[in-house]
Design a protein around this ligand. Structure first.
Ligand code: AMP
Ligand code: MG
Length: 421
């Protein structure tokens, strides 16, 4: 029997090894909507006061508090967006709309519903006490000039992007999205849409992994299928290293005769992980490789790229992607907490534990009597992608002997983040 030369490491140690070798990518400037979900690379301070003029909060009349309850003469109107053209003198009022600048002289705005307008005069309704400043947003009351409004490291969602727009910015400075190059390896693989030859199967990993890369926030790059031949793998690897920030391959890392990828990675760079104590996904391989030029030469200052060689079985490749590649992508994006979101769930039936490896069991979740119940998606064969299709998460089962009874609590790594609410 052939023995793998790579030590078996725990999932936690493997993840630590990956994360210690990736860093946030350099910053770039993007139009606001293109920056959605990306991480701000620098602090943002307000350059101006917001509002920059005292603004009416309601539709009504701008007037002077000191005039008390007497009727005022209506001398004009001040609409939102119009320049200020009036001064409010004692005994006067100006019709005003929400968001309009309050004209000089006025120090209060009364609501239209609380005023009586008659014959060109306006009177506050029965003894409304008028306090100066009422219904007026003072200059800088939402944001003061110089205030720190967003911090480097914040993920840009709708409110944050709107915030930038409110400061007049049309672009955001964010960590660049990593280009995630994905290729499949295997002589048996056929392209979806083409007829299958004898002994062939459709390549499902590329579709899965490209989609997972996009979901993680990466920029997916389809590098096609490589046959199990040394020259072809080398060409594909060199192209991938030159065009992607991170490479993800599937297949060719178990102990079969044609599993050529690990020795190739070892001769081109450094293999940090070759076996992880997990089910599925044991042959997960992680390496860092310097970029080569077209002739295969490594220039002195070439960057080093992370390369994930995932096992070929469809579920193994997806689970190892979610546990190791996704966090690497998130870290390159600048996200602080790079792992899948985790919740606790109650087992809806018994689960058998694996004495040799931690297991990531695909489950559906349901809410029953105030509890979140996890149930298996059925046969967990690593070839059966149907165990992952429709799954809400990965139930984390510890390496141990025996059975967990129904009602036990275990963590679930969420694949469907709608379950966070
Ligand atoms: P390997 O890791 O190359 O030994 O492949 C393990 C199993 O996964 C084999 O049954 C392969 O046929 C299957 N497999 C490998 N790559 C793919 C792929 N891209 N899509 C679907 N199945 C695959
Ligand atoms: Mg193969």
């Amino acid at each position: 029997m052939r023995e793998s030369p790579y030590p078996m490491v725990s999932v936690d140690d493997a993840l630590a090894s990956v994360l210690s070798r990736v860093a946030p990518l350099p910053a770039c400037e993007l139009p606001l909507l293109d920056a959605l979900g990306l991480v701000l690379a620098q602090d943002v301070q307000a350059t101006d006061d917001l509002p920059s003029f005292p603004a009416a909060v309601v539709d009504g009349f701008a007037l002077r508090a000191a005039d008390g309850s007497m009727a005022r003469r209506l001398v004009g109107e001040q609409m939102a967006g119009a320049p200020v053209g009036l001064v409010v003198e004692p005994g006067e009022a100006v019709r005003i709309t929400t968001g309009a600048p309050v004209p000089p002289g006025a120090d209060v705005v009364i609501k239209v519903e609380l005023s009586d307008e008659e014959n060109g005069n306006v009177t506050p309704v029965h003894g409304e006490t008028l306090a100066a400043g009422q219904n007026i947003r003072p200059i800088g009351s939402d944001i003061a000039a110089g205030e720190l409004v967003l911090r480097a490291g914040q993920v840009l969602g709708a409110a944050e992007l709107g915030m930038l727009a409110s400061l007049g910015r049309s672009r955001a400075t964010v960590h660049r999205r990593p280009v995630v190059g994905v290729f499949s390896t295997g002589d048996e693989l056929a392209e979806a849409g083409q007829p299958l030859g004898p002994g062939q199967i459709y390549d499902s990993n590329r579709a899965t992994l490209l989609a997972a890369a996009a979901q993680a926030g990466g920029q997916p790059l389809d590098l096609g299928v490589l046959r199990d031949r040394p020259g072809e793998l080398e060409r594909g690897l060199a192209t991938g290293l030159a065009s992607a920030d991170v490479l993800v391959t599937s297949g060719g890392v178990s102990m079969g005769e044609l599993d050529l990828l690990k020795p190739l990675l070892a001769s081109w760079g450094t293999v940090h992980l070759g076996r992880v104590r997990m089910k599925p996904g044991k042959p997960l391989t992680f390496a860092t490789l310097p970029v080569r030029d077209a002739d295969g030469h490594i220039a002195a200052e070439q960057p080093v790229r992370p390369v994930f060689a995932l096992p070929g079985n469809p579920v193994s490749s997806l689970v190892t992607f979610q546990l190791f590649v996704r966090p690497a992508i998130r870290r390159m994006l600048g996200v602080e907490h790079a792992g899948l979101p985790r919740i606790d769930a109650t087992l809806g039936h018994r689960f058998r534990l694996d004495p040799e490896r931690a297991e990531f069991h695909r489950v559906t979740l349901s809410r029953e009597n105030g509890q979140i119940i996890a149930r298996s998606t059925g046969s967990q064969a690593s070839s059966r992608l149907l165990s992952a299709a429709g799954a809400d998460g990965l139930l984390v089962l510890e390496q141990a002997d025996g059975l967990l009874p129904p009602g036990s609590q275990r963590p679930v790594l969420l694949l469907n983040s709608d379950w966070l609410v």
